[in-house]
Design a protein around this ligand. Sequence first.
Ligand code: ATP
Ligand code: MG
Length: 137
Amino acid sequence: IERTLSIIKPDATKRNLTGKINAKFEDAGLRIVAQKRIHLTPAQAGVFYEVHKERPFYGELCEFMASEPVVVQVLEGEGAIAKNREVMGATNPADAAPGTIRAEFAESVGENSVHGSDAPETAAVEIAYFFSGLELV
Ligand code: ATP
Ligand code: MG
């Protein structure tokens, strides 16, 4: 059974959308097996998004992720990585399929409400960045 890292981003926590977003994950058969609310520093966000450090939006992305608390969580299920990304919808809400989280809630391509790991290797690294072994049962 697969696990993936999910982040409910500042634009969504600020608008009290955590419950509505998590209802979509649970309705899709994903189980929330770990969860916490944290406030990242820009430097911590920068490490998390290191793969994007050459992209023009990197600085803006790190500031945004540190602007308000986020909810970091681990979702578990059959094919959880792909299923999470399906429920999230396309990065740009203008391209996101109807009914997806980003279609319903995202404000822009940057402030797009959720993050989801994109492969098994990144899921393992991202989960370990936020959760210790003792927090994962
Ligand atoms: P995530 O990695 O957050 O799950 P993703 O895989 O759909 O999203 P990426 O291409 O990995 O998208 O980009 C990472 C994040 O960077 C996006 O979710 C978004 O918040 C931000 N981002 C991506 N493209 C842009 C852009 N053109 N302008 C501003 N921010 C952007
Ligand atoms: Mg990504």
